[in-house]
Ligand binder design. Structure first.
Ligand SMILES: C[S@@+](CC[C@H](N)C(=O)[O-])C[C@H]1O[C@@H](n2cnc3c(N)ncnc32)[C@H](O)[C@@H]1O
Length: 275
């Protein structure tokens, strides 16, 4: 992880930490500033395995995208809360299998837009839009989204690591429902979300609450929800096997089971299909 302080792109506020940049720090990226690293370090004091959780989420993303393109027939993705470009972006993973797959990245962080625009060279298939998930209609009606995504065909809707950044009063369930609404049968929804495992893993649950407090203090968001609360976001879509589970348990490819550290239980994911 770097300690250099690169110049921020225009519009980027480096007096306060940003979710995208703290996550980039956890992933060992270089698109973060001192204020982001400080916020990240505060959380790492409680759960030093935070970087493992971030990497596990990206490995989950990779398996999900490969599954959706290779096995579920998805040729277009709407990736909301896409994050800063990192190793193994959705379009790169999809294009390993099918170069015609279209991807629209959506994020509200200006740094994401600046970096994604600089890196995206596959304009025919891939684009990035700056928008807020709390305004789902603005995303679904966005001209760029309409240009790349044909809502008469199945869509892979990715809500990875984003719904836990919505407060309860912002109605994440209603927002997820509005984003699911235009999906035709055969579409898929993937979600990853901070998880409070409760009594099943009390030590991990206690640490989740502590990190939740730090996130809200530093970033102003972050909710570690219960399994039941997260399931609601899939609505009436059919949850695929093995369900909403720790990342390493979702259709694992690794022969060696991973270490079951605290965050093993506190960041989970699943995929569902519209019937
Ligand atoms: C933890 S990162 C997840 C990145 C990527 N989806 C992944 O799972 O690896 C969360 C992303 O959601 C974005 N985000 C947070 N709140 C948002 C909002 N209200 N609207 C759009 N994007 C948001 C952040 O800027 C950040 O890039």
């Amino acid at each position: 992880m770097t300690t250099n302080q690169p110049a921020p792109p225009p519009g980027v506020d480096i007096s306060r930490p940003s979710i995208a940049r703290v996550y980039d720090y956890m992933l060992g990226g270089k698109d973060n500033f001192a204020v982001d690293r400080q916020a990240g370090e505060m959380a790492l004091r409680i759960t030093p395995d935070g970087p493992e959780a971030a990497v596990a989420n990206r490995v989950f993303l990779r398996r999900v995208v490969r599954y959706l393109v290779a096995e579920a027939g998805i040729h277009q993705f709407l990736d909301i809360g896409s994050g800063l470009p990192t190793q193994g972006n959705v379009h790169e993973i999809a294009h390993e299998i099918d170069k015609s797959v279209r991807v629209v990245y959506v994020d509200d962080d200006p740094m994401v837009l600046a970096h994604a625009n600089a890196l995206l060279t596959e304009a025919e298939t891939t684009t990035v839009v700056q928008a807020d998930v709390r305004e789902p209609a603005a995303i679904l009606d966005h001209p760029e989204v309409r240009k790349y995504i044909d809502f008469d065909q199945p869509v892979g809707l990715l809500l990875l690591g984003i719904l836990h950044h919505l407060h309860d009063h912002e109605d994440p369930a209603g927002i997820a429902a509005r984003l699911r609404a235009p999906l035709v049968p055969g579409s898929h929804l993937a979600i990853s979300h901070f998880h409070n495992p409760g009594e099943a893993h009390p030590d991990a649950a206690r640490k989740a609450l502590e990190v939740e407090r730090i996130f809200n203090q530093t970033l102003g968001t972050g909710r570690w929800r219960t399994h039941r609360e997260i399931l609601v976001y899939f609505g009436d879509l059919e949850l695929l096997e093995p369900g909403l589970v720790p990342f390493a348990e979702w259709r694992p490819e690794a022969v060696q089971p991973p270490r079951q550290t605290d965050t093993y239980y506190t960041f989970i994911g699943g995929v569902a299909r519209k019937r």
